[in-house]
Write a protein that binds this ligand. Structure first.
Ligand code: IMP
Ligand code: MG
Length: 436
């Protein structure tokens, strides 16, 4: 990589979402043309500011309708594997499993966030992220009949999957009780409506006790629920280590969880992975972590697990910096990719076919065997084959480099939240739509 390429890559590609940036660029023009920063904000000028907001609202809505149409066109092209206009405008675009009701979602978020009334702050990354989330849940729960859409989709939400840290609880925290963690009552609501729930987390343990420590508030609330039937309770599962360990809710088990042996649930794609190749991949990653500790002078320790290896701060009071974490992610990723073609391994190293995830966990960096795409697909398979269009994954890490939820995009619809509070707000939005 040349320096220029590195700078472009580091500044743009892995730290930005291309679709959101592109939409932001489209909205910047009507913002600049409509906004009236010179007008004083008082009762005298209320009329002209109202007119400005109305005009901006209309122009923004038109842009969202146009992007909605481009996404419909993209879905039709996915059917025939031909190139859509949207894929030329945003080359990193991934598969869409449903249309996105962007115009309606914009109007809804604008009524809450008053985006079109702003004169100094243009439509932002967060505005667009939240509009995309609303558009996605509208499309799943209350789909519009699109005449131009060639694929016929079954509407409805059948499976909700969640990331753990930052999504269900604060980073490194746990779910204690329905009083302290309002997400618990929402999860119970979905279980009571027959929706399956999978917690697809990077946290990788084989012992139910470790998950119980993080999720006791949820597990005990499900166990003691009088409203939930036994089958509904068993619709709660945990996929740990991205896609490595499956545990199912079981009220008679000691920690409310039953560990399911891999042979009972793995995907066909995982059947060819052999243990020596997995360990070879972890060996390469472990030595890359050690070399980062040396070159970046990290005060960090290495932790090697059955299906993962990572680093964390040696002294918990001295956190690793964002720069250290991100550099480590990119170095480990590059070292692994280079190791696939090393001389002495024939054309390709044995571990080259094993998918892996390297990500910045906020306070640590981990490399896991597998990824959340496989984790979500394994949940879909466990529940008898739920289609991607009826699955929603909620997570906080959707940047293409250094985010582990990003991979879930290729298995299902996704909602990108930034905190556990936003997760609750998103679930409340879905519950409102369910009821209306
Ligand atoms: P997630 O946000 O639910 O995906 O959890 C990610 C966090 O789990 C990481 O930042 C780590 O702190 C923690 N963790 C514990 N064990 C593992 C592991 O084996 N692999 C990756 N992360 C792990
Ligand atoms: Mg997370």
């Amino acid at each position: 990589m040349t320096t220029r390429y590195r700078v472009e890559y580091a500044l743009k590609t892995h730290r930005r979402d291309q679709l959101i940036e592109w939409i932001k660029g489209l909205l910047a023009v009507p913002f600049v043309l409509n906004s009236q920063p010179a007008v004083e904000h008082d009762d005298k000028n209320a009329h002209s500011l109202d007119t400005m907001a109305r005009s901006a609202r209309q122009r923004y809505a038109e842009i969202f309708r146009d992007v909605e149409d481009l996404i419909l066109d993209q879905i039709n092209h996915q059917e025939t594997s031909t190139r859509s206009k949207l894929s030329m405008l945003v080359p990193t675009i991934s598969t869409f499993f449903t249309p996105l009701a962007l115009e309606d979602a914009f109007r809804h978020q604008d009524s809450i966030r008053a985006i079109s009334s702003r004169r100094f702050v243009a439509p932002s990354f967060n505005d667009i992220r939240l509009i995309l989330n609303t558009a996605q849940i509208l499309a799943i729960v209350q789909p519009k009949p699109y005449r131009t859409l060639k694929t016929k989709l079954q509407p409805g939400l059948d499976l909700l999957t969640f990331d753990g840290d930052v999504t269900l609880y604060e980073d490194g925290a746990s779910l204690h009780s329905p009083e302290s963690d309002p997400v618990i009552t929402r999860l119970l609501y979905f279980l009571s409506r027959g929706v399956r729930i999978g917690i697809v987390t990077a946290a990788g343990y084989t012992q139910p006790e470790h998950y119980f420590n993080r999720l006791s508030g949820l597990l005990l609330a499900v166990k003691s629920s009088q409203e939930l039937k036994r089958e509904q309770k068993e619709n709660l599962i945990i996929m740990g280590g991205e896609s490595n360990f499956l545990l199912v809710f079981d009220e008679s088990a000691e920690h409310c969880l039953r560990y399911i042996h891999r042979r009972e649930w793995i995907l066909d794609a995982m059947k060819g992975w052999n243990e020596p190749a997995i360990q070879a991949l972890l060996d390469v990653a472990e030595s890359a972590f050690h070399s980062c500790i040396r070159t970046l002078h990290l005060q960090a320790k290495v932790l090697r697990k059955e299906r993962a290896v990572g680093i964390y701060a040696a002294d918990q009071s001295q956190k690793l910096t964002r720069e250290q974490l991100e550099e480590t992610v990119l170095v480990v990723q590059q070292v692994l990719e280079a190791s696939f073609n090393e001389p002495g391994h024939g054309n390709k190293a044995a571990h080259a076919d094993i998918p892996f995830t390297v990500f910045n966990g906020g306070a640590d960096v981990f490399l896991d065997i597998g990824d959340k795409s496989l984790g979500v697909q394994a949940c879909q398979k466990w529940f008898g084959g739920i289609p991607p269009s009826n699955t929603l994954h909620v997570g906080d890490q959707f940047l293409s480099g250094g985010g582990n939820d990003f991979k879930a995009r290729s298995a299902c619809c996704c909602a990108w939240i930034a905190s556990p509070v936003e997760t609750v707000a998103l679930l409340d939005e879905i519950i409102q739509l369910h009821k209306s």
